[in-house]
Design a protein around this ligand. Structure first.
Ligand code: MG
Ligand code: MG
Length: 291
């Protein structure tokens, strides 16, 4: 049954975002000194969030998802309009590549960025979940194309594309009941084989991951594949510090899809901002119904 796992993936994205935002840009040493282990939805952080409040990772995904539901498909122009409206509403945070892309869209009206080696940030990957949920029934080629359509509104880069597409396909596999080992062998290892930058095995643990998609994915994969549950995975990844709201969001999406709603701790589910929780649950079901 893909539907409960789809809802869990969306809740995982939001919970990981809210959990990680408290320690975003801190080092693992600073986190340990402050919290020993950070594992509660307490808000704060450099954005001074309320407990359970999410950031751009979740709100951009919700904006993209709403544009897909309205347009009936993944559409670059609809996504760009939705992101632009999101930016005008003064979100709590916004990535520099996202801002640059959206300002260019305002000027030119073109929702597609030209290829750019500096666009290898994690901003396109962090918001890919609604595309994954809306394309569950499509071929792998179509899924990859839909991922790039949304990504290229702000990030047009081969490493960003490869990670974004891999994440969407991993969500699909997990919704269909794939095991963690399947995801490792069929998706994560092939990504690292195709782009050796993403190597995450037989190398150092990635601490302090930056917003560079390679570092983000290394931290997410190490945490996701070396833990055995939703809670352990999220605690592992956010306590690595760095871009912790985004690693938390991506790891939470994967862990929610893999482990399902029953694995989400009660204190996190009910600690998440109530309106966000409702929006994620509703949108996950609506997107899946279109696929
Ligand atoms: Mg954020
Ligand atoms: Mg972040």
């Amino acid at each position: 049954m893909p539907q409960p796992r789809a809802v869990a993936a969306y809740l995982g994205l939001a919970i990981g975002d809210a959990l990680g935002a408290t320690v975003e840009f801190m080092t693992p040493r600073e986190i340990a000194a402050h919290y020993k282990v950070h594992d509660q939805l307490i808000g704060g952080g450099w954005l001074r969030l309320k407990p359970g409040q999410v950031t751009d990772d979740t709100t951009m995904a919700l904006a993209l998802g709403a544009s897909i539901l309205e347009a009936g498909r993944v559409d670059a122009h609809a996504a760009a309009i939705a992101f632009d409206a999101w930016m005008r509403a003064k979100p709590v945070d916004i990535g520099s590549t996202v801002r640059r892309g959206l300002l260019a869209f305002r000027k030119t009206g073109d929702p597609k960025r030209p290829p750019d080696e500096h666009d290898a940030g994690n901003g396109a990957a962090m918001r890919v979940l609604p595309v994954a949920l809306a394309t569950l029934g499509l071929s792998e080629t179509e899924v990859r194309a839909a991922c790039r359509t949304q990504a290229h509104v702000t990030h047009n880069n081969p490493l960003s594309d490869a990670a974004t597409e891999t994440l969407a396909l991993m969500v699909h596999d997990a919704l269909r009941g794939a095991s963690k080992l399947d995801l490792l062998h069929q998706r994560a290892h092939p990504l690292a084989k195709q782009h050796p930058e993403f190597t995450f095995r037989a190398c150092r643990q990635r601490m302090n991951p930056s917003g560079y998609i390679v570092e983000t994915m290394q931290a997410v994969f190490q945490a996701f594949f070396d833990t055995d549950g939703f809670e352990d995975c999220l605690i592992d990844v956010v306590n690595r510090g760095g871009d912790a709201d985004t690693t938390g969001a991506i790891a939470g999406m994967l862990a929610g899809a893999l482990y399902g709603p029953g694995a989400i701790p009660w204190r996190w589910l009910h600690g998440l901002d109530a309106a966000t929780r409702y929006a994620c649950e509703m949108q996950a079901q609506a997107l899946l119904a279109t696929s």
